[in-house]
Design a protein around this ligand. Structure first.
Ligand code: CMX
Length: 434
């Protein structure tokens, strides 16, 4: 058994026993109360699922197994310029331990060894119009691999419950290994006349993905390492993660569950916001006729967007109440690697202008930028200006978190998820009796 799987099995199986006996002895312990506003308001804040891989603090942001983003940057094995490798984050999310550089290298090789994409997947993708949205192509590409699911096959053969996590681990590792190839294929067929680039197995996961997209620039490789690390996981309640969790709880295999989650990520209030941000900035630049808008010009354009009844993409969050540390990490990256970019200066000016304006509306709970406010400008800087592709990059990263969490779910024996719904009649009756 490979080292990561072995280590995971040791940790997870003992935690499973511990959790079972703790729940048996304390099953009626109250951990939350639910208000009407939460029922009507999108279930914000209700504690209702287990998610091992990360936890979100409204003020401090994401913690991966207790590590903040700056701590992750320090602790995880990194590429030559110091940006953390997402392989290491995956290891951390599964085991709770920081891997050694050797362990990370072994995982890179493991993924290379599993990365062969069946030819039929490319045939399926090639049958789609090149103007199909890249996220649509991604879910179809993932679904085209589903017939390879080890979990589905072993389930049909009568696998016992205690083996579920093992089969989900195998599928998840294969899917993660193949995703950059599929995602790069989508990019090249959509935007580069189908001139594809073969993988380079001498590179780490992020650099190889960058290579297949068409860039061997060392700075862009570093950006990809950071990007794939910071977008990987944001606890379990966000729409893409929760979808993967819910669908996985029916014992749909990881291909089915992950593609479902990608359809959630493709919504403009979630992952598609990264394309919406850059689209909105380009439209602003076009309409103002300048690449260096002043703060006043930006403020006027923000006001116009709000007056049109639209949201300012890249701002606000369902949980966070401070600037997103993932935004800050990208800003630090830009400060270190990129000088004299009008677009990036504009992103920073927007950061100065938007929060007080959203605050003044009196209803926006979080006026600060989220992860999507910065990523597009970095990608444009390195020549990736095809913004309809951006959510695919997010999706490749998100696979690491949600699939690691899916392995945990099966190892902890989590059941079918089935919360309770109520009707407005029921609500009105409760209100009458209050
Ligand atoms: N611009 C304008 N209005 C905003 C806003 C923004 N960026 N963010 C929130 N609001 C509005 C809401 O639309 C809502 O208005 P109504 O009461 O009129 O419907 C009000 O403020 C209260 O919303 P909230 O409680 O602060 O925010 P929610 O938890 O309901 O929604 C989110 C969170 C992210 C959907 C919202 O802030 C938003 O639409 N942001 C813009 C889209 C975006 O950047 N999404 C990416 C999030 C990160 C990710 O998942 O990738």
């Amino acid at each position: 058994m490979e080292a990561l799987k072995q280590k995971f099995a040791e940790k997870a199986l003992s935690l499973y026993q511990e959790l079972r006996s703790a729940t048996k002895a304390n099953g009626t312990l109250k951990v939350d109360e639910v208000t009407l506003s939460q029922v009507v308001g999108g279930a914000r804040g209700i504690k209702m699922m287990l998610w091992e891989t990360s936890q979100l603090d409204p003020n401090k942001g994401i913690r991966f197994r207790g590590y903040s983003i700056p701590e992750i940057k320090e602790a995880l094995p990194s590429g030559p310029q110091g940006e953390p490798k997402p392989e290491g984050l995956f290891w951390l999310m599964l085991t709770g331990e920081i891997p050694t550089p050797e362990e990370v290298d072994a995982l890179t090789q493991e993924w290379h060894s599993r990365a062969d994409v069946p030819g039929a997947v490319f045939t399926v993708l090639d049958s789609l119009p090149t103007d199909a949205h890249p996220m649509t192509q991604l879910t179809i590409g993932v679904m085209a691999m589903q017939s390879d699911s080890i979990f589905s096959r072993r389930y049909a053969e009568g696998m016992p419950k205690s083996d579920y996590w093992d089969a989900v681990y195998e599928d998840s590792m294969n899917l993660i290994a193949r995703l950059p190839r599929v995602a790069a294929y989508i990019y090249r067929r959509t935007f580069k006349e189908g001139k594809h680039i073969e993988p380079d197995t001498s590179l780490d996961y992020s650099a190889n993905y960058a290579h297949m997209l068409g860039s061997d620039d060392e700075d862009f490789r570093s950006l990809m390492r950071l990007y794939l690390t910071i977008h990987a996981d944001h606890e379990g309640g966000n729409a893409s993660a929760h979808t993967v969790h819910l669908v996985g709880s029916t014992l749909s295999d990881p291909y089915l569950a992950f593609s479902a989650g990608m359809n959630a990520l493709a919504g403009p209030l979630h992952g598609l916001a990264n394309q919406e941000v850059i689209k909105w900035i380009f439209e602003m630049i076009d309409s103002l006729g300048t690449k260096t808008p002043t703060e006043q010009q930006i403020a006027d354009y923000v006001q116009q967007t709000l007056d049109e009844g639209k949201v300012i993409p890249g701002y606000g969050h369902a949980v966070l109440r401070e600037p997103d540390p993932r935004f800050t990490a990208q800003r630090r990256f830009a400060e270190q690697y990129i000088h004299d970019s009008d677009l990036i200066s504009t992103v920073w000016k927007i950061f100065d202008v938007v929060p007080p304006m959203l605050q003044a509306l009196g209803k926006v709970k979080n006026p600060w930028p989220n992860v999507d406010a910065h990523s597009g400008a970095l990608l444009v800087h390195y020549g990736f200006s095809e913004f309809s592709y951006y959510t695919v990059l997010f999706g490749v990263s998100r696979a690491l978190g949600v699939l690691a969490a899916g392995i945990w779910s099966r190892a902890l024996g989590m059941p079918l998820e089935r919360p309770k719904s109520v009707t407005t009649d029921w609500v009105m009756n409760q209100v009458k009796n209050n």
